[in-house]
Design a protein around this ligand. Sequence first.
Ligand code: THU
Length: 129
Amino acid sequence: MTDAELIEHAVTARALAYAPYSDFAVGAALLVADGRIFTGCNIENASYGLAMCAERVALFKAVSEGIRGFSRIALVADTESPISPCGACRQVLWEFAPDLMVVSANLKGQVRVQPLRELLPEPFDGRML
Ligand code: THU
């Protein structure tokens, strides 16, 4: 699975975004070590604070089906530079995949690949409890 292919899955998922309030559609594609892919899109609500990001939709779909062992996640939005995942998603991804690589892209074909460890350098996690 190349990053270009993973990004294509995120682009396809983005088409299903429900974002009538922000008009900002996001797609995500989460790659499992065994090659499976779980996709997600952002899902908003008239009660704005209940919006759910694409990354967490993809992660929760996978985890709720008993899947672990994530290696990469691709994110796509129509942004000037490759989209940066929100802080809440960084934290939630960290819980299940501290070694995750984050492949961010925009519709212009720009791509940035960063370790989640760099995006969330001082995570809160179960070791602190
Ligand atoms: N959004 C995501 O889906 N992922 C992110 O990492 C950033 C933000 C969504 C949430 C909301 O539906 C819209 O983008 C605008 O914030």
